[in-house]
Ligand binder design. Structure first.
Ligand code: AMP
Ligand code: GLY
Length: 424
């Protein structure tokens, strides 16, 4: 098959790596890709959000299968575009159409979907500028802290947790009636704060059946011991030591199955990945959010543990034949440590040379914000490289990842030194 993968992060490098290993993969293109995906296939300078250019490229290069890494093209209806064009309709497409992508594209949709299907989630209400007064009254009825979520996509920044009532009231006002997240916060979901342990569960589905990929834990805050600003993710580990058999069973019965069945019963076709962001309170799992893609940097860790053919998994999803697939997973631990540009997630400089990648050993380097220029590898984003190691124990995988995280160097390099430490 000729395969076109969309995206440009560490997740896409990990996906490109796995896809390129498959005997099913004849030629792999990545749009737009990065310095890492260029090692697995051919980068093409097209934005994943430019539907027409992606469609044209797919026809011109006889693409058989399109795999979408990030959520934005999906929420912006790229799936519908492929399904509705005569010249594109036969191309396999991994990712939901705009109806299914609402699971991530609209928090209000996701919450009401969960309510309709009795999927455990925090109690909530949704408000607009017209119902601001009701929103303020709802805040008054809750105990702190308060969780306010912009309905739409806000580049991972749309959740604000307020510790006081005053802060919650003014934030709600700014989100709904000010310009805090623009269009994305025209509707705001206010929900109950859940105290527990976070984990991420991923499935691949063809809309009928599903395969549960390895679970992971992501470290979202920039600072050690989970302090400081939220980021896209500073590291990840897989498997999750506290995710017992019993807990995973509960997650499957109460969350995964009703989600797949709910989509089906509402007539929403869904071929793609579903990422369940969970809070485990005691032994009870709750959904904090759905995403319609793999996580980053969770993908770097979980794909390092997938031993069966990843391109075949995707192909069978697209063909509605996922029941034929046998997923094989490694029992080993994967740890991914994100090397970032100093200053991230706020302001940072880029364009610094990255040194010593050739000295890395017993790890995989998944490039995120890294580009090649004149034979040099340069930083090109906030998250630069996900250093990923696999070993028999969490401790060993951490040690290997950190040995390499220390060696690789660039000006302003920053990384958390406690990825996985809380779970030892
Ligand atoms: P999200 O963008 O939905 O992943 O939310 C960002 C972060 O906010 C999550 O990773 C959680 O740590 C936190 N969060 C979101 N919703 C809740 C909630 N209802 N209770 C507690 N923490 C939450
Ligand atoms: N690492 C969290 C995410 O991809 O949304």
């Amino acid at each position: 098959m000729n395969i076109l993968l969309l995206g440009a992060g560490g997740r896409e490098h990990a996906m490109a790596w796995k896809i390129s290993l498959s005997p099913l993969c004849n030629k792999l293109f990545i749009a737009p890709g990065n310095a890492g995906t260029a090692l697995c296939g051919e980068n093409v300078a097209i934005s994943p959000n430019d539907h027409k250019a992606i469609g044209r490229f797919a026809v011109e290069h006889a693409i058989n299968m399109v795999v979408v890494g990030p959520e934005e093209p999906l929420v912006k209806s790229l799936g519908d575009f492929f399904a509705s064009r005569k010249e594109l309709e036969d191309i396999l497409f991994m990712g939901p159409g705009s109806a299914g992508a609402q699971l991530e594209g609209s928090k209000a949709f996701a919450k009401s979907f969960m309510q309709r299907h009795n999927i455990p989630t925090a109690a909530y209400k949704a408000f607009t500028c017209d119902t601001l007064k009701d929103g303020l009254a709802f805040i008054d009825s809750l105990m702190p802290p308060y969780v306010l979520k912009a309905d739409g996509l806000a580049a991972g920044k749309g959740v604000v947790i307020c510790s006081t009532k005053e802060e919650a009231e003014s934030t709600l006002n700014d989100m709904l009636c000010g310009a805090m997240f623009g269009e994305a916060s025209r509707t705001v979901v206010i929900e109950e704060f859940l105290k527990g342990r976070e984990m991420s569960v991923f499935v691949a589905t063809d809309g009928n059946t599903y395969r549960i990929l390895p679970a992971a834990k992501d470290y979202k805050r920039v600072g050690e011991k989970d302090t400081g600003a939220n980021t896209g993710g500073m590291g990840s580990i897989s498997p999750v030591p506290f995710a017992s058999h019993q807990l995973m069973n509960r997650i499957e019965q109460r969350i995964i199955l009703p989600t797949i069945d709910g989509l089906k019963s509402e007539g929403i076709p869904y071929c793609g990945f579903i990422f369940f962001g969970l809070m485990v309170v005691g032994q009870e799992p709750y959904v904090i959010e759905y995403n319609v893609r793999l996580g980053d940097p969770e993908a770097e860790a979980i794909l390092s543990r997938v031993d069966s053919d990843f391109a075949e998994l995707i192909q069978l999803c697209c063909q509605g034949r996922l029941h034929e697939y046998t997923l094989k997973l490694s029992a080993r631990y994967a740890v991914s440590v994100m090397l970032t540009s100093g200053g991230y997630p706020d302001e940072f400089d880029k364009g610094f040379e990255i040194f010593h990648t050739e000295r890395a050993s017993a790890c995989r380097l998944f490039y995120a914000g890294a580009k090649e220029k004149d034979g040099k590898l340069l930083t090109n984003g906030g998250r630069v490289i996900a250093v990923t190691s696999v070993a028999a124990t969490l401790e060993d995988a951490m040690a290997l990842a950190y040995d390499n995280a220390r060696i690789i160097d660039f000006k302003g390099k920053y990384y958390r030194r406690d990825i996985g430490k809380d779970l030892l």
